[in-house]
Design a protein around this ligand. Structure first.
Ligand code: Q46
Ligand code: ZN
Ligand code: ZN
Length: 305
């Protein structure tokens, strides 16, 4: 298999773009694609400070890497969730983030917030005592992560929080939301969520990058990452929809991309009108000061009551 650009040995076949690329041209293509997405959706500029949420996985480490390579002021945020599940998941993932720094970007800044040492309980333990969600700690985990990311972004004066959500993630969520006609969620599913009432701006620079491309970028660049997903992600509905979309993609290369990007185009051109996301009144939480629509205390602070 030959590189479409230089005729050298290709390492990846991007069927949806009809491109086969060698290692160097793939890294170049990957950076261009990310840059184009940042520009198309006006995500941030080189003078902005960006906080990249890193988990030690391929998507977030590839994102942090490519942003630094592109010259952005990208700092990492790792949140230690205290998830062990017999594979030492959280310890391993922090280790990957630290190795990434040492090997690739020794001068970069990584913020580490450890939930257990800061709040006294691991996420699974907290979820068990709160009995939120059906045996899985994901609802509690999401709430805690959102709160901490927002706090660090606000305190550190970051222009945006960047997450490694890729096209596969977004297409799977879109499929789920469409099958259930969740119009509020569909209205809100976007590459950029603007800052609102003290909630930090959120951006997803990988919305045009396939999951296998983020993995290939990590491999080609020699970035080590944690292969295991969080043990609680197993059997999730998002993974189920990802599998379905991959079957579709196999027969029809570009199907995932078409599904998601066309949705954004149609929605943003106003061809379909979706019930706008509820814009409930926000006020600052009495304890932590973060915006909430609930009573005096936000959902995060109520968790620890
Ligand atoms: S929510 Fe659930 Fe994830 Fe938290 S407990 Fe793991 S799978 S990490 S994105
Ligand atoms: Zn080439
Ligand atoms: Zn609060």
């Amino acid at each position: 298999m030959k590189c479409s650009k230089c005729g050298g040995m290709a390492v990846i076949n991007l069927r949806q773009h009809r491109l086969r690329l060698c290692a160097d041209h793939f890294v170049e293509w990957f950076a261009t694609m990310t840059q184009r997405t940042i520009d198309t959706y006006s995500m941030f500029t080189p003078t902005d400070k960006v906080l990249v949420a890193v988990s030690g996985g391929k998507d977030s480490l590839s994102l942090w890497d490519v942003l630094l390579e592109l010259g952005y002021q990208a700092q990492g945020l790792y949140i230690g969730l205290g998830i062990d599940e017999k594979i030492g998941y959280s310890d391993q993932s922090l280790d990957m983030c630290r190795r990434f720094l040492a090997d690739r970007h020794p001068g970069a800044v990584l913020h580490v917030v450890d939930v257990t040492s800061e709040y006294g309980q691991t996420i699974p333990a907290l979820a068990r005592t709160r009995r939120r969600g059906l045996g899985k700690p994901c609802a509690v985990c999401g709430l805690v992560k959102r709160h901490i990311m927002n706090r660090v972004a606000r305190d550190g004066g970051f222009a945006a929080i960047a997450t490694g959500h890729n096209l596969d993630d977004e297409a799977a969520v879109l499929m789920q939301n469409t099958l259930h006609w969740q119009t509020g969620y569909l209205a809100r599913q976007a590459p950029v969520l603007e800052e609102r009432d003290g909630l930090a701006r959120k951006v997803k620079p990988f919305v045009r990058i396939y999951e296998r491309e983020a993995a290939a970028y990590a491999l080609v660049c020699g970035i080590e990452y944690i292969y295991d997903e969080c043990p609680f992600a197993k059997g999730s509905t998002t993974n189920f929809y990802k599998d379905l979309l991959n079957q579709l993609e196999l027969n029809s290369p570009g199907a995932k991309q078409q599904f998601y990007l066309q949705f954004l185009r149609v929605r943003d051109s106003g061809q379909i009108a979706l019930a706008d996301a509820e814009k409930a009144e926000m006020h600052p939480c009495r304890r932590c000061g973060q915006p909430t629509t609930a009573g005096e205390l936000c959902a995060f602070c109520r968790l620890w009551e």
